[in-house]
Ligand binder design. Structure first.
Ligand code: ARG
Length: 459
């Protein structure tokens, strides 16, 4: 026998380094609140089915609540020799309330306990993340509404393509985030299943009532197979997959913000509070927040791959490998939540430089497609129009003039179908206003999309 709670069959104490090497308390103590919540539900259920007396249940619950207060006051002595959060709390409970504390673990294993704790914890974190996502989405809607008519160049291949409204561009980001929110809400459904009652792997001989704990803990359903219940970490992988996608989106926004704040683009102003300076170059104002978020996407992709690899080849049921699920999951949650928070704070503060954007949209023959469409309306086949406008652009490149700067005679060299009314379609307003269908860039459509977005977010 050793002094460990599982030491009965051991004839020597665990090696000191092995004890530290196998311990998880340094990081899993983060689960303390959910561990206590799960234990309170378990004790309540055990009393209900007659395995514990009501007095024992009360003693256990009181003890656990005091331990929670101790932890939150920073007075709890976390012991590495007690391995993990579960055994630390259980040992402390027995210190406090004596022999009854030793009854809490009846009909339960750390295997179903830890799987339950992580799910309770992740469910709460997903709700916080969904709140930050929504805050960011609302900020985008406000900005899109305010700047529905601001015109900027739209790009493909990072080359000027066609004019778009700034509001429309912001709403593209909104759409990406709406999919992220949908994915996280869907992932939450599978997080919200309760493995408690699976015990070590095969279930338990006690007359447990899983529906009681399920209801107390607010789970949607109990897991249907005890072997799967203790070993399933799909929900954590799914979360990391959804988080990786969301970080990829934030990284793309970041890249655009970094480009747009450069003096070469100079499209937006990012307030000083989201930037830092240089220790050597006095003129510098660097867009650190977007750069850092772009960089942080890497670790979340890594955690997704880490968890997939962790689970690959694990035989049923619980294996100690699973202890390695926590750090990647915790870090993925922290990284996504903090990145969203930074963006939700920052996006309402960005200011478009309307004149610079407009000037950039005017350059680069951004209304060339509009001219081709104009000729189609005059009865020419589109491919011919494409070629005609191509010649006009070539002339423009050679003479340093944009299409709208050419005279009518100059334009008519390329097609006698071109008439005075061409100049309306060559304006930026003409171009964006003409794309007036659902999903198009016209200011009227931006406003309609903002209204739909507000509805989606619940008013
Ligand atoms: N600390 C462990 C984990 O994080 C708890 C479960 C350990 N169970 C066991 N039989 N060793 O997964």
């Amino acid at each position: 026998t050793t002094n460990q709670s599982w030491g009965g069959r051991f004839s020597e104490p665990v090696d000191a380094f092995v004890a530290r090497f196998t311990a998880s308390v340094d990081f899993d103590k983060r689960l303390y609140k959910h561990d206590i919540q799960g234990s309170i539900a378990h004790a309540t259920m055990l009393a209900k089915v007659g395995v514990l007396s009501d007095a024992e249940r009360e003693q256990i619950i009181d003890g656990l609540k005091q331990i929670q207060a101790e932890i939150e006051a920073g007075e709890f002595d976390w012991r590495v020799d007690l391995e993990d959060v579960h055994m630390n709390i259980e040992a402390r409970l027995t210190d406090r309330i004596g022999i009854t504390g030793k009854k809490l673990h009846t009909g339960r294993s750390r295997n179903d306990q830890v799987a339950t704790d992580i799910r309770l914890w992740l469910r709460e974190e997903i709700d916080i993340i969904l709140g930050e996502l929504k805050r960011l989405q609302s900020g985008l809607l406000e900005q899109a509404d305010k700047h529905a008519e601001v015109i900027m160049p739209g790009f493909t291949h990072l080359q000027t393509a066609q004019p778009v409204t700034f509001g429309h561009h912001l709403l593209a980001w909104f759409e990406m985030l709406a999919r992220d929110a949908e994915r996280l809400a869907d992932c939450r459904k599978r997080v919200n299943r309760m493995p408690l009652g699976s015990a070590a792997l095969a279930g338990t001989t006690y007359p447990i009532d899983r529906s009681v704990t399920c209801e107390l803990l607010g789970f949607e359903a109990v897991s249907g197979n005890s072997l799967d219940g203790v070993s399933d970490r799909d929900f954590a992988i799914e979360f990391c997959a959804a988080a990786a996608l969301a970080m990829m989106h934030l990284s793309r926004f970041s890249e655009e913000l970094v480009l747009w704040t450069s003096s070469q683009f100079n499209f937006i102003d990012l307030p000083d509070r989201f930037c830092t300076g240089s220790s050597i170059m006095p003129q510098k104002k660097n867009p650190d927040v977007p750069e850092l978020v772009r960089g942080k996407s890497g670790r979340v992709y890594g955690h997704l791959m880490g968890l997939l690899t962790l689970m690959k080849s694990q035989p049923l049921a619980y294996n100690k490998d699973n202890q390695e699920d926590k750090e990647p999951l915790f870090d993925a949650v922290d990284t996504l939540r903090d990145s969203l928070r930074a963006f939700a704070d920052m996006i309402p503060a960005i200011q478009p430089k309307v004149e610079v954007m407009r000037e950039a949209a005017r350059r680069g023959f951004s209304t060339a497609t509009d001219l081709a469409d104009y000729l189609v309306r005059k009865g020419l086949p589109f491919r011919d129009c494409h070629e005609i406008v191509g010649h006009a652009v070539k002339h423009g490149v050679d003479s340093g003039k944009d299409l709208a700067d050419m005279s009518l005679d100059e334009l008519r060299q390329f097609s006698d179908q071109i008439e005075q009314d061409v100049f309306e379609v060559l304006t930026l307003e003409g171009s964006v206003n003409a794309r007036d269908h659902i999903g198009g860039t016209a200011p009227a459509q931006v406003r309609a999309a903002v209204a739909r977005g507000r509805e989606l977010l619940g008013g």
